[in-house]
Design a protein around this ligand. Structure first.
Ligand code: TRP
Length: 349
């Protein structure tokens, strides 16, 4: 599995509470079967980063509830994300992988943050605004989604958040939240939360689905990470192309198949195929066969591992349980400090 060259962590010198240590945190939505867009947009970089720093990766099932209210599907997707990460080379000895709701303290922290968050800021949230613009009535979970995300990040003292460009606003809101908490409850020289930096990943909007639009579950145009055999072939051969005849020269940069080939092929191979496009006599069918072979080879090892993992669901659960244990070992003392700072006393202890 080639590791990404793009995932170099930036320095986090701007963090008041933790000037030197990088803590990577990121959440993954369990909202459907993962596809090439998810892989090249985020998962690949998560895998590349997870060995380099202390890192927390969690499957955000609480967040998924804002749009997915099918219990069986949520449970299935949650385990599917975990299996996928492990199959792709996530090593649970190197970083923590767990289910968000196994650390219920995040919802408590989110509650505390709600009281520091102006509703007017939440109403500017992009996904909230989108829903409203579509004439839909968003639920309160969606309005408050960015606050829970802030809690997710800050409860582990996260300093670096590898996410897609669409998440920039959420990280800004997280920084605001950390700042407001520190300002309200902490002495100036002893802030509790570091201000996390986004680590913006490659733009995935350029990854086309089989119909040429951005690859997205909601368009039903995805190629699944573990599609194989006939299913994979059918999808690849069905990628939309223009009707330039086989003999004619073609512009690779205008073609969906070539856009996908670029994700897999070495520079030399890309140049070779681009030259064949421009020379003419090389049809889209050729390009698709080439792409099919590339996808098949690229994920062959992961597919194999996935088949093995599917026979060991207990192992996947063990990994998630251990991950949650480690995450809670961070979250619990953090919440003790938060409760102490905010005056939430307990008569139980
Ligand atoms: N909102 C993120 C997404 O849709 C998922 C997410 C939830 C997340 N909590 C997070 C990402 C914390 C980074 C850090 O992709």
């Amino acid at each position: 599995m080639p590791e990404s060259q793009h995932a170099t962590a930036s320095s986090t010198a701007a963090n008041p509470a933790s000037p030197t240590e990088t803590v990577v945190v990121s959440g993954i939505q369990p909202s459907g079967t993962l596809h090439l867009g998810n892989y090249f947009g985020a998962i690949r970089q998560h895998i590349a980063l997870h060995r380099r720093h202390e890192a927390y990766f969690f499957i955000v099932n609480y967040h998924a509830l804002t749009s997915l209210q099918d219990a069986d599907a949520l449970a299935r997707y949650t385990l599917d994300v975990a299996t996928t990460y492990l199959a792709l080379g996530f090593d649970p000895d190197e970083a923590h992988l767990f289910i968000q709701s196994d650390v219920p303290e995040v919802t408590e922290l989110a509650w505390i943050f709600y009281n520091l968050t102006p509703v007017s800021h939440l109403e500017k949230g992009v996904s909230y605004k989108d829903k409203v613009a579509q004439g839909l009535s968003p639920n309160a979970g969606l309005l408050n989604y960015p606050v829970l995300q802030a809690a997710d990040i800050l409860i582990y003292g996260g300093t670096l958040v590898p996410v897609g460009a669409d998440q920039k606003q959420h990280i800004e809101m997280t920084r605001d939240t950390a700042g407001r908490f520190n300002h309200t409850y902490c002495p100036d020289d002893d802030p509790l939360f570091p201000l996390p930096e986004p680590h913006i990943l490659d733009d995935v909007s350029v990854i086309p689905g089989v119909d040429g639009r951005k690859m997205s579950k909601s368009y039903g145009n995805t190629i699944g990470l573990f599609d194989e055999g006939k299913m994979l072939k059918k999808k690849v051969m069905g990628i939309v192309t223009d009707s330039t005849p086989l003999d004619a020269p073609k512009d690779p940069e205008q073609d969906n198949v070539f856009a996908l080939i670029k994700l897999f092929a070495s520079e030399e191979k890309q140049a070779e195929i681009a030259a064949a496009y421009r020379a003419g006599g090389y049809g889209y069918g050729h390009a698709k066969k080439e792409l099919l072979g590339m996808i098949d080879a690229y994920f062959a090892e992961a597919r194999e591992r996935r088949h093995k993992l599917e026979e060991r669901p207990d192992y996947v659960r063990d990994v998630l349980r251990e991950g949650a244990k480690a995450a809670r070992a961070q979250a619990e003392p953090m919440m003790d400090r938060v409760r102490a700072a905010t005056g939430l006393i307990s008569a139980r202890r």
